[in-house]
Design a protein around this ligand. Structure first.
Ligand code: SAH
Ligand code: SF4
Ligand code: F3S
Length: 443
C-alpha cells in the first residue's frame, strides 16, 4: 500500500484541508504515515501569512527533495504559498511534482494520479456556484474529541496587511445542510466538540438573500444530538452582530471563549488597516459578550509595527489590552506581504528594533495577565473535557475547560472524551495543573 505523509503549516483551514486530502486519498489505497522518509507521497501544505511561515517551505523541501536521488517519492506543494507562487515553485525547486492551491483540494486524487507521468499545476479558483466543499470525513477525526468543520472558504475583506484574499479567493458560504451532515458524521465517529471555521465566520450566509445566518447555524449545530461543545473561529469584530451575542445567553453548549482579533487599539491604525471598526466599537462588542456570558474569556491577534504606527498608536494598543485583559494573544510584527495594499505605506515602515521593542512589551504584559488570571483559579474546581494523554508527561492527561484553558492532571488515558472535575493546583502562563476533584473510582 502506498504511504502518504502530510506536513501542515498555517491555520485551521490548512489543518482541515490536510484532513480532507487524507480522506480523498484513502480510497486510492494511501495510508497515512508519520515517517516522511518512508512515504511514497509527501504533501506540504503551506502558509504565507507572514514571511517566516513561508520560509518553512524552503527548509522542508531541503529535507525531502534530496531523497528523490535515492528513492521514488512524489512531492506536492499545496496551500497558500502554492496558490501565490504557482509554477514558479517548479522553477525554484525542480524536484517538485505537483503544485496546487486550496481550491484544488477536492481534486487531490486525480492530480496525484496525473503526477505519475507529468508535472501538475492547479491554482484555479472556483466560483460560488457549486463550490466543491469536500464532504468525506478526515479518517484521523475518528476517535478524536474535537474536530473542525469548515463553514466558508475565502474572504471578502481586504485588510491592507493580509494576503489571505489572494490565496483563498472570494468568500463562499458552505451550504447549511452540508455543514450539518458533516457535524452529524463527526459525532457518529465519537467527536464531541465542534469548531466551526472560516476567515470571517460572522458573515456566513450574508451574501445569499434569505439564507440562514451564522446565528441560525449556531442554533442548528447546537440542536445536533451528541454535540457537547461548540467553538468557532475566526470572528471579525465589525460583523459580530447582536444575534450572535444573544446566542451566548441562549445556547449552553457554546463555549465561554471567543477569539476576537483586534489587530490594533488605535483608530488611526485600524483605519489604515481597513478593519472597518473603531476601538470604541470593539470595546462595545466585548461588553455585550460579557453581559451575555459573564465567564467569557477573550483572546486576540495583534500586529505591532504596522507602517506608520507611532508611539502614541502603540500606547493605544497597550491601553486596549489592559482594558480588555485578554487571556491569550497571538502577536506579531508586521510582515510585508507581496501584492498587499500595505506595501504602499512602506515609506512609513517602522524600524525593526522599534517593532521588536513594542512586541516584547506587549508580550510581557500578556504573560503577566495570564499568570494573574491563572493564579486566581488555584484552589477552584473546573470541568474539563479530556482530550487524551499529555504529550510530555507519562500518567498525565490533558483537557480543556469551556474557556479554552488547557489543564493537565494525573489520570488514565481511558478518561479521554469524559467530563472530569479538576481542582487546580498550579497556574502557569499557558496551562494549568490540577488533580481530580472527584475520588478516583475503585478499579
Ligand atoms: N481572518 C482572521 C485572521 C487570519 S490571519 C481575521 O480577520 O482576524 C491570522 C492573523 O495573522 C491575523 O489576525 C493577523 O494578526 C496576523 N497577520 C496577518 N497578516 C499579517 C502580516 N502581514 N503581518 C503580521 N501579521 C499578520
Ligand atoms: Fe485577512 Fe482581514 Fe480576511 Fe482576516 S478578515 S483573512 S485579516 S483580509
Ligand atoms: Fe496561512 Fe493560508 Fe491560513 S496564509 S494562515 S494557511 S489561510
Amino acid at each position: 500500500m502506498p504511504r502518504v505523509y502530510i506536513k501542515t503549516f498555517g491555520c485551521q483551514m490548512n489543518e482541515y484541508d490536510s484532513g480532507k486530502m487524507r480522506a480523498q486519498l484513502a480510497p486510492a489505497g494511501f495510508v497515512p504515515t508519520e515517517d516522511m522518509d518512508d512515504a511514497d507521497l509527501v504533501i506540504v501544505n503551506t502558509c504565507s501569512i507572514r514571511e517566516k511561515p513561508e520560509q518553512k517551505l524552503h527548509s522542508f523541501l531541503g529535507r525531502i527533495l534530496p531523497q528523490k536521488k535515492v528513492r521514488p517519492v512524489t512531492v506536492a506543494v499545496a496551500g497558500c504559498v502554492a496558490q501565490m507562487d504557482g509554477g514558479n515553485i517548479f522553477k525554484k525547486y525542480p524536484g517538485v511534482d505537483l503544485v496546487f492551491g486550496p481550491d484544488a483540494v477536492a481534486k487531490v486524487r486525480e492530480m496525484v494520479d496525473a503526477a505519475r507521468t507529468t508535472r501538475v499545476l492547479d491554482t484555479e479558483f472556483f466560483g460560488a456556484d457549486g463550490y466543491p466543499f469536500p464532504s468525506d470525513l478526515d479518517p484521523d477525526a475518528s476517535g478524536r474529541v474535537g474536530a473542525f468543520v469548515t463553514i466558508q472558504k475565502g474572504c471578502d475583506n481586504r485588510c491592507t496587511f493580509c494576503i489571505v484574499p489572494s490565496t483563498r479567493g472570494d468568500e463562499v458560504s458552505r451550504p447549511f445542510d452540508q455543514i450539518l451532515a458533516e457535524v452529524e458524521g463527526l459525532v457518529g465517529e465519537g467527536v464531541r466538540e465542534i469548531t466551526l471555521i472560516g476567515q470571517n465566520v460572522n458573515s456566513y450566509g450574508l451574501k445569499i438573500p434569505g439564507a440562514p445566518t451564522f446565528a441560525d447555524l449556531l442554533r442548528a449545530v447546537h440542536a445536533v444530538p451528541g454535540v457537547e461543545v461548540i467553538r468557532y473561529t475566526t470572528s471579525h469584530p465589525r460583523d459580530m452582530g447582536d444575534d450572535v451575542v444573544a446566542c451566548y445567553a441562549e445556547l449552553p453548549k457554546l463555549a465561554s471563549h471567543l477569539h476576537l482579533p483586534v489587530q490594533s487599539g488605535s483608530d488611526r491604525v485600524l483605519r489604515r488597516m481597513k478593519r472597518f471598526y473603531t476601538r470604541a466599537r470593539y470595546l462595545e462588542v466585548v461588553a455585550k459578550l460579557r453581559a451575555a456570558r459573564p465567564d467569557m474569556v477573550l483572546t486576540t491577534d495583534i500586529i505591532v509595527g504596522f507602517p506608520g504606527e507611532t508611539n502614541a498608536d502603540f500606547a493605544e494598543t497597550m491601553s486596549l489590552v489592559e482594558a480588555v485583559r485578554f487571556e491569550g494573544s497571538f502577536s506579531f510584527k508586521f510582515s510585508p506581504r507581496p501584492g498587499t495594499p500595505a506595501l504602499r505605506l512602506m515609506d512609513e515602515a517602522v524600524p525593526d528594533g522599534v517593532a521588536q521593542e513594542r512586541l516584547e512589551k506587549l508580550q510581557a504584559w500578556q504573560r503577566e495577565v495570564q499568570l494573574a488570571a491563572h493564579a486566581t483559579l488555584v484552589g477552584q474546581t473546573v470541568r474539563v473535557l479530556v482530550e487524551g494523554p499529555s504529550a510530555h508527561d507519562e500518567g498525565v492527561v490533558c483537557g480543556r475547560t469551556s474557556t479554552f484553558k488547557m489543564v493537565n492532571f494525573p489520570g488514565d488515558p481511558a478518561l479521554t472524551g469524559q467530563w472530569i472535575d479538576v481542582r487546580i493546583t498550579r497556574g502557569f502562563a499557558n496551562t494549568l495543573r490540577g488533580e481530580r476533584a472527584d475520588a478516583e473510582p475503585a478499579a
